[in-house]
Design a protein. Structure first.
Length: 314
């Protein structure tokens, strides 16, 4: 228990530290945005590039890993949608947002630091394989589902999958995470290690990714807060923090993933809802309050639930 506390609590203490820096007016909220840009555009891409380039995959196939994780995504998303539309009687658009909020984990800003700290290099390899398709699939699925819901509720013709894929794909090609992953894959395929001098610099920058990500997330949380919707937000948070990791654990066990990969997938699936849920809500002008409430509530509760899953797995 003490080991788990030493591994998990610092993650959330750094988030709280970032939140307090803005709340106490020690730093401006805009600095958190800049720090977040550094994490997303520089530190994490270099971490992924270096991890993939130096990894020994032992011939492991990524498909079982992807199936295990996205089994959890599918179950949490479906039940979140049904809970919002059938139990809370919300419309289809809010149902889609509830599903996204139930299944879109904050893998970059919390998942990566958590797995790096608790599982180690093997866990980061698993995370890198997951992140190679996580953002593209989740964004395309989210936008398509929201487009279809708008068609059903407003009579507007929905964009087709090719149009959405082209739009999202154009953004992803310029996405620093995808560029970092692609660079690492290229070096891995060529069998070319990162030159020692450059690798030393890359390692130092990549080492900033975890603490900088957590502090910037805490600073950003000041934007959200609880915007009502407490009952539905609490239910969605429970699905995200409880049902999704339980499903991922079951799928990983049935598929025979290694203990390290299983721990990495379950832990990253157990982290709070990511800000991408709020970005989709803002883009379509629906459910911003619900998305903000789920992000805040799941982050506050995450210290308990993540500790629980870490205690079971490690």
């Amino acid at each position: 228990m003490a080991t788990v506390a030493q591994d998990v609590l610092p993650i959330f203490i750094l988030i709280l530290f970032g939140w307090a820096l803005v709340r106490l007016k020690i730093l401006a909220a805009e600095i958190g945005d800049g720090l977040g840009d550094f994490v997303f555009k520089v530190a994490v891409p270099l971490l992924l590039l270096r991890t993939i380039a130096n990894a020994d995959f032992h011939g492991a196939s990524p498909f079982r890993l992807w199936i295990a994780y996205f089994a959890g995504v599918s179950v949490a998303w479906t039940i979140g949608h049904l809970v919002a539309t059938r139990i809370f009687k919300r419309d289809q658009k809010l149902g889609v947002l509830a599903g996204i909020s139930s299944a879109f984990a904050n893998n970059v800003f919390i998942g990566l630091p958590l797995v790096e700290r608790t599982v180690g290099p093997d866990g980061i390899v698993a995370m890198s394989i997951l992140l190679a398709i996580h953002l593209p699939l989740m964004m395309i699925a989210g936008v398509l589902a929201m487009e279809r819901a708008e068609q059903q509720t407003g009579g507007r013709e929905a964009a087709g999958i090719l149009a959405v894929s082209k739009q999202v794909g154009g953004n992803l090609i310029r996405n620093p995470l995808i560029i970092g992953l692609a660079g690492g894959i290229l070096l891995q395929l060529l069998g070319t290690p990162v030159p020692a001098l450059i690798d030393g610099v890359v390692a130092q920058v990549a080492g900033m990714a975890a603490p900088a990500a957590l502090i910037s997330l805490g600073m950003t949380l000041n934007k959200y807060g609880m915007a009502g919707n407490l009952r539905i937000a609490g239910t969605i948070s429970l699905l995200k923090l409880g049902l999704m990791p339980a499903t991922v654990w079951l799928a990983s066990t049935l598929l025979g993933l290694s203990p390290q990969w299983t721990a990495a997938l379950v832990l990253t699936s157990s982290v709070p809802t990511g800000i991408n849920a709020w970005l989709i809500a803002s883009r379509f002008g629906v459910g911003q309050g619900l998305a903000a409430s789920v992000i805040t509530l799941s982050t506050a509760a995450g210290v308990v639930t993540v500790s629980f899953w870490a205690l079971l797995l490690l």
